[in-house]
Design a protein around this ligand. Sequence first.
Ligand code: PLP
Length: 388
Amino acid sequence: MRIYLDYNATSPPAPEVVDTVNRVLGSEFGNASSVHAFGQRAKAVLDDARASVARLIDADPSEVVLTSGGTEADNLALRGAAEALEPSGRRKIVTTGIEHEAVLNTVKALERQGWAARTLSVPETGVLLPQTFRAAIDRETALVSVMHANNEVGTIQPITELAAIAREHGALFHTDAVQSVGKIPVSVRELGVDALSLSGHKFGGPKGTGALWVRRGVRLISTMTGGRQERNRRAGTENVPLLAGLGVAAQLAQARLGTASARIALLRDRLEEKILATVSGTVVNGDRAARVPNTTNISFDGLEAESLLIALDLEGVAVSTGSACSSGSLEPSHVLRAMNLPSARARNSLRFSLGPGTTAEEIDFVADILPGLVTKLRRLSRTAAALR
Ligand code: PLP
């Protein structure tokens, strides 16, 4: 049995998405910028995809810039807005320590260009406190980037409240909604943000697809220089087949929001409760209420999470750790560190992320094998420690 519980890393595309990509790749080869019929057909495919993405986030299609994914959308939002905002004289960016590297490393790049960055910590809940945010933002702040849902612990940030505070100070607000779009209802109007990033492969679309929504009137300078595609905001011939797949994935995600999310939340809670009840020394990281329905992040006392990940993989179960194993040393997750969790707890953490394909049988299988695997690994690690 192969069980996939790593939907936050990527998700399998639905058959309808695969069929659409294949069909469009073969039949709609026109360049969407061409005036002739071939081009216009390709443009119509793009327009449909754009409209589906816009519907999923309650936006106007004309405000959607199609990109090669979440990373590009984050780069375009931050670098594009920063360049456009330079004449304002404000040179400060406020963000959080729990952002994805796509935001964190882009902010670092802007720092090298003379921007001042304020990277905020969050409490153990994994949810930024509005008062912390309010204290950090001032008249120097040009730009804010706070993610909607976190990829490792799944916590949802109070974006509506934070965006209102940013507005009071005249700062532009970007949110990375890569891990919320397709999992919970997302409305750019209700959030009150100025720009929002999403990624297709996190909700059943093809990898290498995404979008940046930009509120009408917000100035953004294209980071990719070249042609005038995407209303002059993203140069380069559009990847029509993959973006057609993104559109279909957006439609499917929208149709299953609600019922599928509720079912997934029940399965996630069942897995979590079983683990907490049957495996000693386990704790859930991050707020358990303010979370996307598919994610749980659990620390297992006295155990390197990597070894449990490998043991689960040998049983056919795919999960993930927040820690990156680089050059032999285990780096604790930057997210859990920004939440001020002890480094042992950060190193012991596993992320289980479920999706529309997850079944109750799969969850029960994982919950049933975990206690035995954990006992065995803890015993091994005690023996190894005694031999050292
Ligand atoms: N932002 C968040 C929160 C993510 O989880 C990811 C992917 O893991 C990204 C951005 C990057 O998206 P993409 O893989 O489409 O470049």
